[in-house]
Each structure stands twice: as structure tokens, then as C-alpha cells.
Unconditional design. Structure first.
Length: 341
């Protein structure tokens, strides 16, 4: 009973696009977009998560809908801390006791300053102790890879703000590469392409919808067409155009190429023994970007490696961090440690 008084331990996958909260003994209880809507004058939080995401691109001057994380790191500290506190309170009903231990996931290429900001946000949001785990490590644990064995495990975690490629063996990261080209850049590529080809202005949310419905990284057997709505840049009026899957694939070429390149570069840095293991076992794709159709085919085509999709790509990082919370003592070694001074 003592533990329930202190407050349950939690793991937070603080993502650029979505934040997931895993509560010890209960699983992933919250999965919401990382968006905060604040009042411009008083700075008070009006909405968080799904409700705030609906406001993006639709707010009057008095309200600003912000995404506190950019490229996997905190861009707006206050908003991030408010958001984290709100998410923790959502899963913690008895808030007068709640002082949980937190495990927070961060990109592997993060600087010490950025890491400190994440910890600080955790403490400000009411944590008793904050531990940090690198995202590719969490993703590998969440995808049920044997991270503690002496074999090479390769993970490609494509999130909203960063793509993390890592080779893991014996419970540690052997080589890793974190590039800031990921889901958001795919959206931006679509916006830029529609502007150039059709002189049509799209909002970020429309671009994201186009990406999920039409986006692909490799030619598909059935290539659907869809209507895309936006504002005509010449006449200034709303207009609808019909776009094909092949065109959107062309639009996504650059960021997709950057992601494939990151996989190549990481393989290049991998010790030969581990590279041999990966050749046998293949690499695992996780993160929301893994849902882009044909991406597994594309990587297989360009690297000649077997590619597997994680069972539930969107939650694997949260589940991996959650496992660290469940078996805190056993998995202590994978956490990045430093005591709060």
C-alpha cells in the first residue's frame, strides 16, 4: 500500500507530435498531441492535447496554440512544463499525494543543456525523481528486442521531430545517429511542394492528413487519387485540386532520402560483428513515421537488409520506458543517470 500513497511511478514519452504517459501497473493511460493552447494576455492554459490540436491554424489573436517541443527538444519551457503537469494530473486523480518517479524519453543526440531542461520540466511538474532514457533504447525495449544480449539490434525510430537510428548490444547503445528530419519535415515537404506545383497554400493539419492518406515511400500496387483543399495563392480564394500518390511520393523524396541515408550512415559506423548480426536479424522500424506506406520496402531496397515493423510503432517508445518503470531495479543500467544537485 505504501507505494500508492507516494504516487505511482510513470514513464513519459515526451514527443514533438504526441506525448504518451505510462503508469506503473496500468499501462499507457494517455496518448495526446503535444499541443498547448494558451491565452495570449494572461498566459493561462486553455486546452491541452486533442482539444488544443484542433485549434492549430484556427486561433484568434487572443489565443495561441503552441507545440512546446520542436525537433525533439523543448522550445518553449513554460508551455512544456504546464503541459507535462496537466498530463500527469490527468492520470493522477489524487493529486495531493502525487510525487511520482518519472522516466522521460529524450532523443539520443540531445545536448546536456537540453537534457537538463527536460529534467527540470519534470521536477517542476511535480516529480520526486526524474530519470532519462534515450529514445532508441526505449523503442528497442518496447519492440521486444533482446537488448541485453551480445547481439546487434538495430532500431530506426521515426518520430515527429527526430529520427533516431541506433545499434544496441549488451544493454547499451553502440552507435547512434539522431537527425532532425522526421514526420514534421514530411508535412513541410508536402506544403512546399503544393505551393510550388499548384500554387496552393496548405495548413499544417491538411498536410498531415495528405501524408497519412496518400503518402508513400515506394511505388504501391494501387495508387489512389485524392482531393486536397487549400488557398489559391494567385486568386486568394479556396480551391480544391486532385493529387495522385505518385506526386506526393515525389514531394516526400527529400526527407525520406535523408532518413534512408541516416540508416546507411549508422551501418557504416557499426562494428563488423554487429553488422553481421543485423544482416541476419534485420532492423526494426518504430515511431509514427514507420506508418508511412512502403518505407520498410524502400529501406530494404536501398540497404539490402531485412526490415520489420514494430507491432505497435506509435507506442513502442512509451512501452519500453514503461518496462523500465515496472522493472526499475533490473533495468536501472539503461537509464542515463545523474543525481539532482
Amino acid at each position: 500500500m505504501a507505494r500508492s500513497i507516494i504516487g505511482r511511478d510513470m514513464a513519459v514519452d515526451l514527443g514533438t507530435a504526441n506525448t504518451l504517459v505510462y503508469v506503473r501497473g496500468r499501462g499507457v493511460l494517455l496518448d495526446e498531441p503535444s499541443v498547448v493552447a494558451m491565452s495570449s494576455s494572461s498566459g493561462e492554459v486553455l486546452a491541452v492535447g486533442h482539444e488544443a490540436k484542433r485549434m492549430i491554424g484556427r486561433t484568434p489573436d487572443t489565443i495561441s496554440a503552441i507545440r512546446p517541443l520542436k525537433d525533439g527538444v523543448i522550445a518553449d519551457f513554460d508551455a512544456c512544463e504546464q503541459m507535462l503537469r496537466w498530463f500527469i494530473q490527468q492520470v493522477h486523480r489524487r493529486r495531493y499525494f502525487a510525487k511520482p518517479r518519472l522516466v522521460i524519453c529524450v532523443p539520443s543526440g540531445i545536448t546536456a543543456v537540453e537534457q537538463r531542461a527536460v529534467k527540470e520540466a519534470g521536477y517542476q511538474a511535480g516529480a520526486r525523481q526524474v530519470y532519462i532514457i534515450e529514445e532508441p533504447m526505449a523503442a528497442a525495449i518496447g519492440a521486444n528486442l533482446p537488448v541485453h544480449e551480445a547481439t546487434g539490434n538495430m532500431v530506426v525510430d521515426i518520430g515527429g521531430g527526430t529520427t533516431e537510428v541506433a545499434v544496441i548490444s549488451l544493454g547499451g547503445v553502440v552507435t547512434s545517429l539522431s537527425i532532425r528530419t522526421a514526420g514534421d519535415d514530411l508535412d513541410q515537404a508536402i506544403v512546399a511542394w503544393m505551393k510550388k506545383e499548384y500554387s496552393l497554400m496548405l495548413g499544417d493539419r491538411t498536410a498531415e492528413e495528405v501524408k497519412t492518406t496518400l503518402g508513400s515511400a515506394f511505388p504501391l500496387p494501387h495508387e489512389p487519387l485524392a482531393e486536397v483543399r487549400g488557398r489559391d495563392m494567385v486568386s486568394g480564394l479556396p480551391r480544391t485540386v486532385e493529387v495522385s500518390t505518385a506526386e506526393i511520393r515525389q514531394a516526400l523524396e527529400e526527407p525520406v532520402h535523408a532518413i534512408v541515408d541516416a540508416v546507411r550512415a549508422t551501418l557504416d559506423q557499426t562494428p563488423p560483428e554487429l553488422a553481421g548480426d543485423i544482416m541476419d536479424r534485420g532492423l526494426v522500424l518504430t515511431g509514427g513515421g514507420a506508418l508511412l506506406r512502403g518505407l520498410d520496402e524502400r529501406i530494404r531496397h536501398e540497404t539490402g537488409m531485412p526490415v520489420h515493423l514494430a507491432e505497435d510503432p506509435l507506442t513502442s517508445v512509451a512501452l519500453g520506458a514503461g518496462k523500465c518503470v515496472e522493472e526499475f531495479e533490473a533495468l536501472q543500467q539503461v537509464l542515463v543517470t545523474d543525481r539532482r544537485r
